[in-house]
Ligand binder design. Structure first.
Ligand code: FES
Length: 150
């Protein structure tokens, strides 16, 4: 679950999970959700299908629009580990998905070179001063699902 950090920004999303069983709602299970088919359970818990895992380049990034397209996320992948960040650099709002995933696991913005931790969104190199918002990721049956941070 994502909480608010001291800075008021969301705390890092947990790494992606590949669930053999349905995702759990934080706290206690919701019986009305548990009775739903798997796809409906995922939606009921706020996850949106973002991409096929095979479409996310291993060692790279993929920008995708969620839902009505109003919100874009930048998916990053290292093997079976997928993370999701807002597809908007906090420095000057350039698309992070136009950048690249570096060997150290950071995402580099293509415009001015700011670097961010792919899992936490933390700034690793300026000129950006603010972290990137991160989102929860769920891997299921070869699909990447994202639950947007508020
Ligand atoms: S817009 Fe990303 S570093 Fe400037």
């Amino acid at each position: 679950m994502i909480g608010q950090g001291r800075s008021g920004h969301p705390e890092p999303a947990e790494p992606a999970k590949d669930l053999a069983s349905p995702p759990r709602v934080a706290g206690r299970p919701d019986p009305s959700v548990a009775a739903l088919p798997q796809d409906d359970r995922i939606r009921a818990e706020g996850f949106v299908r973002a991409a096929r895992l095979a479409d996310v380049p291993d060692g790279g990034v993929l920008g995708v629009a969620l839902g009505t397209g109003a919100r874009r996320v930048c998916l990053t992948r290292l093997g079976a580990s997928v993370t999701a960040l807002d597809d908007r650099c906090p420095h000057a709002e350039f698309a992070l998905s136009a950048g690249e995933l570096l060997a150290d696991g950071s995402v580099e913005c293509a415009w001015h070179g700011a670097r961010f931790d792919r899992a936490t969104g933390a700034v690793l190199q300026g000129p950006a001063c603010e972290p990137v918002v991160t989102h929860e990721v769920l891997l299921l049956d070869g699909d990447v699902h994202v639950r947007l941070a508020p």
